[in-house]
Design a binder for this molecule. Structure first.
Ligand code: SAM
Ligand code: SF4
Length: 468
């Protein structure tokens, strides 16, 4: 009899990818995916530990699930709760103590062992125990990628994520990733190309290559050497039907010339780059252990813009890092004014247990962090709106991914990762502008669009013509 699993994903796109892989692992064991916890036999929380708030959300969710589990038990039904991801990796044993409703805790490197863990949990609960105690947060010698099936047959959509690299050896002083995801590892080129081919055969047009340090990629190639990310993009570009390649997240130090050139020479390499700088102050960059200065960052941006003048840039920022003065923060605002990002993410510094910065005596008061974050976000939003307004009147290719809220409208992404609402027809269920096919036939297609309106978070456009 088929069972149901509900996977709730927190945090980054790598977790989104991992959640899909967990669903693939469970499928041969009779688990279908469910849309909610209410009718699920197994609930997996795939967690994020990057900031304190992210971890706390998990505990409140477990509280809600516990009530559901207890109700089911009174009806003689079993429900299993598993916690996966980075909170599990960092706090596994403590989580089991703090939240006894949890049956299983598994780290990001052990998903392939999920069926075995589930079996142990079931055995432990025969006899009517409300919860099992199964914990697996090892960093196994063999990579999970060798064991995880990739069931692309289950994939529906035109844009997909593909993890090519995991872990990090950089040890920025604020960050838990090197501890929760372990050492840097790159998948072999052949495995990635095969996975990409299978995705494209299923109708995928755009692939985003994922990695905590994606541009540090150095996967084995077929000649006994290793490929850089630029080399991998060139290989993927040969796949017929793969129209768009993106990658995230990159570190400035790993932005080598081959990758810069890929933006100039490879049409499928999209003109958008998320290149987090975190701070515009040399003093803070040093304290963060980022190992580059602001001038070095500007030099990288100059090289990129010389190679691809229309490149849209994005970044992450942390405000209120320990010891950040008003002047340091002003340096960050100055960097933002110079680079002018198309989009950006910004956060208040959040001390993470076990990281060097968390024990600094120079913590910045919360109200100062809030005030700085508001000022930074106001400036970033201003630039984002300016960037979007600059698109009005231009024609660009948009990959249509889903139905918009309005009748006759489909929603897609521009090359610069902007959301674009495209009017394809005048009314719901109507034919397209040419009058010969339903407008929804454009879903999953690349189309040429004229941008007619811009807002802070999205654009509006009119269909010019279909491209594929
Ligand atoms: N590898 C990427 C890089 O080097 O920029 C970052 C990956 S991290 C998962 C995503 C973002 O979370 C970071 O760029 C940083 O801005 C933010 N972040 C990480 N640790 C943080 C902390 N302790 N407090 C606030 N923000 C944090
Ligand atoms: Fe974390 Fe990125 Fe620094 Fe690695 S490079 S420690 S993932 S912020």
């Amino acid at each position: 009899m088929s069972k149901k699993v509900f996977i709730k994903t927190y945090g980054c796109q790598m977790n989104v990818y991992d959640s899909k892989r967990m669903a693939d692992v469970l499928k041969p064991h009779g688990y279908e995916q469910s849309e909610s916890a209410e009718d699920a036999d197994l609930v997996i929380l795939n967690t994020c530990h990057i900031r304190e708030k992210a971890a706390e959300k998990v505990y409140s969710e477990i509280g809600r699930l516990r009530a559901e589990k207890e109700t089911r038990a009174t009806e003689g039904k079993n429900m299993y709760i598993a916690v996966a991801g980075c909170v599990a990796q960092a706090e596994g044993p403590e989580m089991m103590k703090r939240a006894p409703a949890i049956d299983m805790v598994l780290g990001p490197q052990t998903y392939h062992r999920l069926p075995d863990m589930l079996k142990s949990a079931e055995e432990q609960r025969t006899g009517g125990r409300l919860s099992a105690r199964v914990l697996d947060t090892e960093f196994p010698v063999d990579t999970k990628f060798d064991y995880l099936p990739t069931d692309e047959s289950a994939f529906e959509g035109t844009a997909a994520f593909l993890t090519i690299q995991e872990g990090c050896d950089k040890f920025c002083t604020f960050c838990v990733v090197p501890y929760t995801r372990g050492a840097e590892y790159s998948r072999p080129v052949k495995d990635i190309v095969d996975e990409a081919r299978r995705l494209v055969a299923r109708g995928v047009v755009e692939i985003t290559l994922l990695g905590q340090n994606v541009n540090a990629f150095h996967g084995d190639d077929s000649n006994g050497g290793s490929a850089t990310l630029g080399g991998l993009i060139a290989e993927l570009d040969k796949i017929d039907g793969l129209g768009r390649i993106r990658y995230t997240t990159s570190h400035p130090r790993d932005m080598d010339q081959e990758l810069v050139d890929a933006h100039r020479d490879i049409a499928s390499c999209m003109p958008y780059l998320h290149l987090p700088v975190q701070s515009g102050s040399d003093r803070i960059l040093d304290a963060m252990n980022r190992k580059h200065t602001r001038d070095e960052y500007f030099a990288i941006i100059d090289r990129l813009r010389a190679a691809r003048p229309d490149l849209a840039l994005s970044s992450d920022f942390i405000v209120g890092f320990p010891g950040e003065t008003d002047q340091d923060f002003e340096d960050t605002l100055d960097l933002v004014r110079r680079v002018k990002y198309a989009q950006a993410y910004s956060f208040k510094y959040s001390p993470r247990p076990g990281t060097p910065a968390s024990v600094s005596q120079e913590q910045v008061p919360e109200d100062v962090k809030s005030e700085r974050l508001a000022r930074l976000q106001a400036l970033l939003n201003e630039h984002q709106l300016e960037f979007n307004e600059g698109s009005v009147g231009k024609e660009m290719d948009v990959l249509l991914e889903r139905q918009g809220k309005r009748a006759g409208q489909l929603l897609g992404r521009s090359p610069y990762l902007q959301s674009v609402h495209v009017n394809v027809a005048n009314a719901d269920n109507a034919l397209d502008a040419t009058g010969d096919k339903p407008y929804t036939d454009y879903m999953g297609k690349l189309v040429r669009v004229r941008i007619v309106e811009a807002g802070p978070h999205s654009l509006k456009g009119e269909l010019v013509r279909a491209l594929n």
